[in-house]
Design a protein around this ligand. Sequence first.
Ligand code: SAH
Ligand code: SF4
Length: 382
Amino acid sequence: MTVNLLDYDLEGLTLYCERLGEKRFRATQLFRWIHQRGASKFDDMTDLARSLREKLSASAQVKPLDILSQHISSDGTIKWLFDVGNGDAVEAVFIPEKDRGTLCISSQAGCAVGCRFCSTGHQGFSRNLRAGEIISQLWFAEHFLRSHLKQCDRVISNVVMMGMGEPLQNYSELVPALRVMLDDHGYGLSRRRVTVSTSGVVPMMDRLALDCPVALAVSLHAPNDELRSNLVPLNRKYPIEELLAACNRYLAHAPRDFITFEYCMLDGVNDQVEHANQLVSLIRQHASGRVWCKFNLIPFNPFPASGLLRSPIEQVNVFAKILSDAGIVTTVRKTRGDDIDAACGQLAGDVQDRTRVQSRIARQRTIMLTPIPPTAKPNLEK
Ligand code: SAH
Ligand code: SF4
């Protein structure tokens, strides 16, 4: 069977090379070709011995995901749709900012958690992505942008696992992908610049702390169990007390001294003054002398089936002020790329209508990528 080398972290690739009878350092060379230089053909890897290249060609490949479409927002945000087979597709979004380039990537086709306000949740769960399919989104985006911008330096400085899916419900494939992101021979990202966002899979938060502690964002969305269970069904299994205790344990291993709580602002549902006050007491109870979290308020991005509305900005500001006045650092997330449905929670990969996607995949296979118009070039001043 042909293996896909994108599925391996450096340790996995080293074992693979050893099985081919090669020295360990060959794996490092190969890994650098793939991830640092974006090579996918063994013949291009000119400093590898011909005999190794032949062995590799016989048993392995570097097979990134096929791309179905690319959309560019007026604010420079770029969204790519990747084909993951069987009519499923996943999305990745590049968000250029003055001082950084962030890539938001997917971990699953669909999601089994089924949060009420999330378009991915509404479509249900299709399957877990393989490690190679997760890293493929970064591999493609980084090398595509580098060649497009004619830039040799790194373009993507931050990765957030905030695309489609619950990363901690695909743990065994997530961890090797994270290791490739962090590896100095891979993308060399610092742990502080790689964020896993979770709806609160408590046991896996503990494992992540030991296996691969990166920055953590927790989707809280409500100050009490009754409301949270209604919005995030996983709360019935891991209620708020257990979740906050797990956050506290994670802190001992985290690369930053805080955890970010994401809070999606839903008009009349979780955005009232009483909710903000409840949050303040909840956080104080768990602070043990020091507030160790920051809040990121996300204006809800509506989609037709949700039946929910975005909180008015005045309400978001009132809410933010209550938290800030209580000494909790609070930011309101700027919505990016909403003209191309690339904003948080709008990523549906169009899998809900499988027949439509299947015919679209068939149509688009042959279409070349649209070039990025110079005016929409992401602003990537360093
Ligand atoms: N499954 C993970 C990561 C993907 S969702 C998680 O839930 O954390 C990434 C973030 O987008 C989460 O905080 C999620 O709550 C938020 N989100 C989902 N749907 C949204 C919507 N319609 N509008 C705004 N934010 C949304
Ligand atoms: Fe899944 Fe996250 Fe969407 Fe909830 S918010 S359904 S956990 S992707």
